[in-house]
Write a protein that binds this ligand. Structure first.
Ligand SMILES: *[C@@H]1O[C@H](CO)[C@@H](O)[C@H](O)[C@H]1NC(C)=O
Ligand SMILES: *[C@@H]1O[C@H](CO)[C@@H](O)[C@H](O)[C@H]1NC(C)=O
Ligand SMILES: *[C@@H]1O[C@H](CO)[C@@H](O)[C@H](O)[C@H]1NC(C)=O
Length: 193
């Protein structure tokens, strides 16, 4: 009897459809902004930003801080990130982001840089490997990532993005369910009036 009523069918329809269609967009605004262009590309940017560059500053606790202008002027950093993206993230099982997405992320992370991703690639493939778990995190030349360290960072990003999107989905589902109950009660009550 209730389900013959369009008033309840329509809201229920939207409640079921809305989260699937739009949570990704919502999550995209918050989470994917931090992890541009995706979990693999973001791992390339962050892998090398933990190293001390000649333009980095350190705070009283010894934590390294590199501003976006520092990163965007440091050729070793940019050369390393560009080759990391090229070598680590070209595999579709790791990244579906395109080079165009990566270039957008490049400009977002280093808005003032005068060097492009293509420039940074053209400076040549780094030869040495820098482990992010090394005790000396000074970066005095461009480098390749350590595969093990990089994989851990990439997986951590990926798992974080997934768990955050699950949280967002759950939160939105709760909101939707509350509305479903309100609408359902309204309609159910009106059945008997
Ligand atoms: C870019 O450079 C301008 C001028 O040097 C500076 O004011 C601005 O803060 C820089 N932007 C970023 C994001 O560092
Ligand atoms: C990095 O090198 C600078 C000198 O270039 C030195 O003062 C600093 O202690 C080094 N940092 C680490 C972590 O080795
Ligand atoms: C990568 O780092 C691990 C420790 O995290 C080390 O055992 C391994 O030898 C390194 N691999 C290379 C190729 O440097």
């Amino acid at each position: 009897m209730i389900f013959k009523n369009n008033k309840i069918i329509l809201p229920l329809f939207w409640i079921l459809v809305f989260p699937v269609q739009n949570v990704n967009a919502l999550v995209g605004i918050t989470i994917n902004n931090m992890y541009v262009p995706d979990s693999c590309g973001a791992a390339c940017f962050s892998y090398f930003s933990s190293f001390q560059l000649d333009c980095s500053t350190t705070d009283l606790m010894g934590m390294v801080d590199s501003s976006s202008d520092c990163l965007g002027s440091n050729k070793d950093y940019m050369n390393s990130v560009a080759w990391c993206w090229d070598l680590q993230c070209s595999d579709k099982s790791r990244s579906h982001a395109t080079n165009y997405d990566f270039v957008k992320a490049w400009n977002k992370n280093m808005p003032n840089t005068t060097y492009t991703y293509q420039d940074a690639l053209s400076w040549g493939k780094p030869t040495e490997i820098l482990s992010s778990s090394a005790s000396n995190l000074n970066m005095t030349h461009s480098a390749l990532v350590n595969d093990t360290d990089f994989y851990i960072l990439y997986r951590t990003n990926k798992d974080f993005i997934r768990s955050e999107s699950v949280h967002a989905r759950m939160a939105l589902s709760l909101v939707m369910m509350s509305w479903a109950l309100v609408l359902f009660e309204k309609n159910a009550v009106s059945q008997f009036n």
